[in-house]
Design a protein. Sequence first.
Length: 131
Amino acid sequence: KKEIQVLALFFLGNIILFAGLGIILANYSEFIFGSQWSEAGIYMAALSPIGFVYTILPIFSQILAMMEFETQLLYINIVHVILLAIVTLAAYLANSSFWLLIMAYSITEIIFALGLGVYCSVLAMKKRPIS
């Protein structure tokens, strides 16, 4: 139970950090970086969820490695790369804006991280008996 509390606190802290960072960058990038960077704040805010995802993905990878699921981790990473390539290719073929590409990329990463978290939880329940 202690491990779950620590992970929950870590996730909550990261959500607050990256949500706050996204809000600050979206609203104050022109003030912080100058008038030339006013549009960049929107893109930085859209990319802030990816910062959260990239802080939790290594944790899930380590959990799978510790549980000796290296083969599954390889397949998961292959699927991850293929998903990102499909999203990028679809945005390119649709002649969509860079903004739409970033949003699609962020949403894909969030969904992937949530799916990986559920998958790790299921594997952990099967591998370790609940006491």
